[in-house]
Unconditional design. Structure first.
Ligand SMILES: [Zn+2]
Ligand SMILES: [Zn+2]
Length: 100
C-alpha cells in the first residue's frame, strides 16, 4: 500500500476560502492565456513552502478551461510549468496583504 502524504485539513478554512476568492477576483489565469480566473488549482508539484499534499495556501488562480486542460495533461508542464513557484508567490502576497 502506498502511503500518501497526510492530507491535513481536507477542507479549506474560512480564511483560506477568502484567500482563494481574493486570488480569483484579483488575478487573471496564471497560465498566461489572458482569461479571467474562475477557480483555484492546488499545485501538484512539490515545493519547500508546501506543507501538505493538498495545501490550501499553495494554489494558483486559473480559468476553468485551463484547469481542465492541466488535469487532462496530468502534470504542470508546458504553459503550466512553474505553477508551484507561482503559488508560493501568491501565498507570500496573501501573507503580506493580511489574507493568510
Ligand atoms: Zn489560462
Ligand atoms: Zn487542480
Amino acid at each position: 500500500m502506498v502511503r500518501l502524504k497526510a492530507r491535513y485539513n481536507p477542507k479549506p478554512t474560512a480564511q483560506e476560502k477568502a484567500f482563494h476568492l481574493w486570488l480569483i477576483e484579483s488575478f487573471p489565469c496564471a497560465c498566461g492565456c489572458g482569461q479571467a480566473s474562475t477557480l483555484v488549482h492546488h499545485v501538484l508539484a512539490s515545493h519547500p513552502a508546501k506543507r501538505w499534499r493538498r495545501d490550501h495556501a499553495m494554489v494558483v488562480p486559473l480559468h476553468w478551461t485551463c484547469h481542465n486542460a492541466l488535469h487532462a495533461k496530468g502534470s504542470e508542464t508546458g504553459k503550466f510549468a512553474g505553477m508551484a513557484d507561482k503559488a508560493a508567490q501568491f501565498r507570500q502576497m496573501g501573507i503580506e496583504e493580511g489574507k493568510l
